[in-house]
Structures are given as C-alpha cells and as structure tokens.
Design a protein around this ligand. Structure first.
Ligand code: NAP
Length: 267
C-alpha cells in the first residue's frame, strides 16, 4: 500500500485530499501537516476531515513525519509549496503538487527539483479537465487559425489567483497548437475603448462568485458557428481523487516533472 501524506490539511482541498487518500484502495493515509501556526496542529486529521478518528495527529512541520510517507500531496500556496518541495527533494520523497499561481521563476525551481525527485505538477487534477485539454488541442488545430478564441472561467469567492491556473493551461494548450505564444497574444479582461478584436488574441474572462467549484469554457467563434468546450466541476473530490491517482502513478518514477496528461496516458 502506498503511504500518502497531505500538507495544508486545514484547507478546502486538504480536507478532500484526506478523504480521497483514506478511501482509495491503493493508498494508506499516514501523515498530515499544517503550518506551525495553524489551529489544526494537534487535532486528529480524520476528525478534521469529518470521517471519524484516524489516529493521525496534524503536525506543524513536515520534517517531523518524513519517515512516515512515500508520496506527499500538496495543494497550498506557491511559497509554502516551494518549501515543501525542497524538503521532499532533500529527503528523496515524491510529491504531487496541485497548488496554482506559480510564477515562471517558481516553475523553474520546481523543474530543477524534479531532476532529483519525481513530481506531478498540474493546475487541475480532474480527469474531465485533462480530457478537455486534449479536445482543445484537436479543436485548435482545426479551427484555431480563423476563429476568435475566448476562455471564460468561474470560481468561488475565496479563490485568490486569476485567471485560474486551469484557464491559463487551456490558453497555453490552444496557443501551442496553433503556433502562438500565450505571453504575446493573451488579453486579460477588457474595458473602455478597446477597439475591434484582433483575431490573433486569446481573451480571458474571470468570474468570482459564491461557491462555484470550478467552470471553464473555451470558445472558438466564427461568423455562422462556434464550438464551445466546457468543463464543470461540482465537487472538489474530483481534484482530490485525481491527485491520489497521480500519487499512485508516481510509485515507480525516480525523478522527472510530469503532469496529469502523463498520469492519464494522454501525452
Ligand atoms: N490542481 C487542482 O486540481 C486544484 C484544484 C483546486 C484547487 N487547487 C489549488 O490548490 C490550492 C489550495 O486551494 P484551497 O481551495 O484548498 O485553498 P485554501 O482553502 O485557502 O487552503 C490552502 C491551505 O494551504 C495552507 N497554507 C500553507 N501555507 C500557507 C500560506 N502561507 N498562506 C495560505 N495558506 C497556506 C493552509 O493550510 P494549513 O493551515 O493546514 O497549513 C491553507 O488552509 C490553491 O492554489 C488552489 O488554486 C488546485
């Protein structure tokens, strides 16, 4: 049985990750970590996740439980994620990172760490979203050159980064498929005297409202018809189950940086 530890256990995703690691038949949930100042430290992780006593106390320092897991799952914030990755790199522990909002420099640090340990880094771990990325690549190759491409995403009011990591990944996949660089062609929101739309741009629109778990639509619009590819997540367990699947997939990997396309065999 693969031993899984979860960091950031007091977060929305942390709680789902505990449940997913406990429920999976291929993993055993063996350790849980919060920030040292978190009110979760000292509590039982199972009780925190609402699944009954698990006899796994939440600790305030990953170093304390390094010998208790094979793979770490981390859905937190970029800065703490980089610290957790560095601890895992030094200890030779594999890690699944679902945190979003990394800068290019921070992504380069993750890639450097992956020379020593195996890492799955994906802004969206849901199977449906990753299938959507494949469909987007196909659609962009057929329609991308002559249509207007817009990415629209919606998330709950507590989300702190925008556009979502998934929306940006969708934009990158589409841009790559048609030989554009997203950095040069992305337009993030519009206001005022914008002028006519430039065909070569990829537009992003962000909605933050209520308890929306995560919705993404990419529109390829021509005069006379348009194709829209939409994914809607209705439960965070979809991301948590994907993360546990990624942890199991990492079992035989020594080092390297992977994403969910690799995990699902869609690369
Ligand atoms: N890849 C995917 O499929 C996917 C899906 C959903 C969300 N996400 C991403 O996962 C991350 C977590 O999302 P969430 O909704 O669970 O967020 P959240 O509820 O705010 O939880 C984040 C947790 O990270 C921990 N943390 C550690 N250091 C922190 C710091 N310096 N500042 C703030 N929190 C810190 C905290 O838990 P402790 O107090 O226990 O340390 C906190 O509760 C975000 O980046 C989100 O975009 C990814």
């Amino acid at each position: 049985m693969l031993r899984v530890a979860v960091v950031g256990v007091s977060g929305r995703m942390g709680i789902c990750l505990i449940k997913a690691a406990v429920l999976s038949e291929q993993t055993e949930f063996t350790a849980s970590v919060s920030r040292a100042e978190s009110i979760s430290v000292g509590k039982d992780a199972g009780e925190l996740a609402g699944i009954g006593h698990a006899d796994i106390p939440v600790v305030g320092d990953l170093e304390q439980v390094l010998d208790q897991f094979d793979v770490l799952i981390d859905f937190t914030r970029p800065e703490p994620s980089l610290e957790y990755i560095e601890i895992c790199r030094r200890a030779g522990k594999k890690i699944v990172v679902g945190t979003t909002g990394f800068t290019d420099e921070q992504k380069a640090i993750v890639a450097e760490a992956a020379k020593d340990v195996a890492i799955v880094l994906a802004p969206n771990m849901s199977v449906g979203v990753n299938l959507s990325l494949k469909l987007l690549e196909m659609t962009a190759k057929v329609m991308g050159d002559y249509t207007d491409i817009e990415v629209i995403e919606a998330h709950h009011r507590h989300k702190v980064d925008a556009p979502s990591g998934t929306a940006l990944r969708m934009g990158e996949v589409v841009a790559d498929a048609i030989g554009r660089d997203l950095k040069d062609c992305a337009i993030y929101g519009r206001e005022g005297d914008t002028g006519e739309r430039d065909r070569k741009t990829i537009g992003f629109s962000t909605i933050r409202a209520g308890d929306i778990v995560g919705e993404h639509t990419v529109m390829f619009a021509d005069e006379g018809e348009r194709v829209e590819i939409t994914h809607k997540a209705t439960s965070r367990m979809t991301f948590a189950n994907g993360a546990v699947r990624a942890a199991v997939w990492l079992k035989d990997k020594e080092n390297g940086l992977f994403d969910m396309q690799d995990v699902l065999g869609l690369s």
